[in-house]
Unconditional design. Sequence first.
Length: 314
Amino acid sequence: MPELPEVEVVRRGLERWIAGRSITGVSVPDPRSIRRHGLGVEDFTGNLIGTTVLDVVRRGKFLWMPLSDAPSTREPHTALVAHLGMSGQLLVESPEQPYEKHLKVRLTFTPREDAPEELRFIDQRIFGGLFVTSLVPTDDGGPGGCGLGNQPTIPAEAAHIGRDPLDPHFDVDALHRRLRARKTGLKRALLDQGVVSGIGNIYADESLWAAKMHYARPTDTLRRPDTERIIDAARDVMARALEAGGTSFDSLYVNVNGASGYFSRSLNAYGREGEPCLRCAQLGLSTKIRRDTFMNRSSYSCPVCQPKPRNARL
DNA sequence: CACCTTACCTGATGGC
DNA sequence: TGCCATCAGGTAAGGT
């Protein structure tokens, strides 16, 4: 399942292959993948044809491509937004490539030497989708997210999404204030994309393990060093995954050019129920990673490194 | 209003 | 062999 590092890999691929090119054709084999686009597929298509992709920007797991309004202007007022959801892929391919089983949308671009002409959105579980929307100013006046030369704007539907730990404009002070003001557990807050974006179930567990903190730690008891520890851990885990080319745990995720993502086998907590805690093992202990059901999901943690707090809050 | 639960989806997997 | 239940999980809508 793509999380932030995987989406960043996709963003870089789109920046390389798609930015600067104009859309000449749109095909939507499955309209269910056109989400949050109230005016329907025809409007979606009509708002794309003839526009140019000016940039490729990412905040958390939201990706967007600011579009030229017309061939004569460079002012980005609208954007094509993509969210990969659980199983989405964006592939840059030749139109001659056989259609994938779960092909949902095809975009055709002006020809360019050494670059395929088609961008395909493929999504098995349809948790992801595409839509066209307007760009609105960011809350803090900073750039919308990660991307070269991007403007201080963000898609209206993503305006509530917080900056992610890899964002140069990420504000640790603001995060600390928000966490302290909340009456909830730490993992629940980490998964709330409005508080901090880009952290899914896998990286939440990995970050908590790295920071030696329990998922049910009440956020209003966090001290400043605690907030720094968990966010540094999240940043570190995601930066390392990004360096490795993105992690992935099933064959659904491939990068923008169709090459399979790096399979991380360096996970310390996620999916390791019953296996030894590697940090405890170094100290000669034989602690085993436990799995709890939490938020209708699995949470993996070490019972020794990450003891459950007495005032646990789910 | 803040917080928590549920629905949306499909394919893989396991039990009987 | 087939059938049903369960699991995976990001997001937003609905409920308390």
